[in-house]
Design a protein around this ligand. Structure first.
Ligand code: BTN
Length: 329
């Protein structure tokens, strides 16, 4: 999507009709440019109608991310965050990794980057993360640890806990976690977490933590994703504002991450297990080498690895994709 289209969308965001002529005047271009820029936006989940004599109307406008709104919610201390917002970006994780050197990741003023749209959103294990324009909350932040990366196992599970806590605080109780950190509703993915760790000299480290939460995915976006997804609009009767949820999440990270830094995942293990969608269930675990382990989930270890009761005993695993097995052993 080009910069012109992004500017026109901002003008059309009131959901009212605007003539091509007036749009063209406002962004200093020709009428034909307006019409060309607004073509083919359906693939981003954007629905614009053109009516003869009235002009253009964006029929599913969004509530844009807004720094003042994010920082304005009472729970947040603005001085703790440096928030940067974009209309479009390749990936918020990539942006932080490329533009924030180690010295710029400072927990007294946490860098946060959020965008309405990612052109190359990244998921775990080299997968893509796809969402439409303004239909999800896609953001990343940096957090410094005074330990090396080897001491950070369990971090991704902690971020899952933070998301569940925040969703519950908005009365969204029926969500769970699939190990290690997929947030599920009705067995469909509602949110994902991508953590990228970097070591520093002197044994410290930092994490770039990226989160994508689906808010209101259009059918076209849903059909472009190769798994069924859930979104908050289908779960909650109340309108949930992305600015408010982001604000609550940042507040929660500020509270949970120092405790994790001091006590590790062990401190949160019981709480995490209480959120696990597959606890005590028969599952298959596909390892990165393609081998499949079958077993019954029996909690997690203090380093965040998953425990399975298998035919060869109780074993724990650090990586892999788990899924429910319909036919037990
Ligand atoms: C996954 O479940 O595979 C992880 C998905 C993580 C997606 C988020 S969206 C914001 C941040 N930027 C990215 O490119 N990815 C993460």
């Amino acid at each position: 999507m080009n910069q012109r289209a992004l500017s026109i969308l901002r003008l059309l965001n009131d959901g009212q009709y605007q003539s091509g002529e007036s749009l063209a005047r406002k962004i200093f271009c020709k009428r034909a440019t307006i019409s060309n820029s607004l073509k083919n936006l359906d693939s981003y989940g954007i629905k614009i109608v053109k009516t003869r004599g009235r002009g253009y109307r964006w029929i599913n406008p969004i509530s844009y991310l807004n720094k003042d709104l994010i920082l304005g919610f009472s729970s947040i201390d603005p001085s703790n965050f440096k928030i940067t917002l974009f209309d479009a970006l390749d990936s918020t994780n990539t942006f932080l990794l490329n533009n924030f050197s180690s010295g710029m990741i400072d927990n007294s003023c946490i860098p946060v980057v959020a965008t309405e749209y990612q052109t190359n959103g990244r998921g775990r294990a080299g997968r893509l993360w796809h969402s439409g324009f303004g239909d999800s909350l896609t953001f990343s932040f940096g957090w410094r640890f005074d330990k090396g990366v080897s001491a950070l196992s369990g971090l991704s599970l902690i971020i899952g806990i933070a998301i569940i806590r925040v969703l519950r605080s908005f009365s969204i109780n029926c969500v769970s976690i699939k190990w290690p950190n997929d947030i599920l509703f009705d067995n469909k993915k509602l949110a994902g977490i991508l953590i990228e760790l970097r070591s520093d000299i002197f044994g410290s480290s930092y994490a770039i933590i990226g989160i994508g939460i689906n808010f209101k995915s259009s059918d076209i976006i849903k059909s472009s994703i190769n798994q069924e997804i859930a979104d908050l609009s289908a779960i909650s009767d109340e309108y949930l504002d992305r600015n408010q949820i982001l604000s609550a999440l940042l507040t929660e990270f500020l509270s949970i991450l120092p405790v994790f830094g001091d006590y590790g995942f062990a401190y949160f293990k019981k709480e995490w297990i209480s959120y696990h969608a597959f606890e005590r269930q028969a599952v298959s675990l596909i390892l990165p080498n393609g081998n499949i382990i079958v077993g019954t989930v029996d909690g997690v270890m203090e380093d965040g690895s998953i425990c399975l009761m298998t035919p060869s005993g109780r074993n724990s695993y650090h990586v892999g994709d788990i899924s429910i097995r319909r036919n037990s052993l």
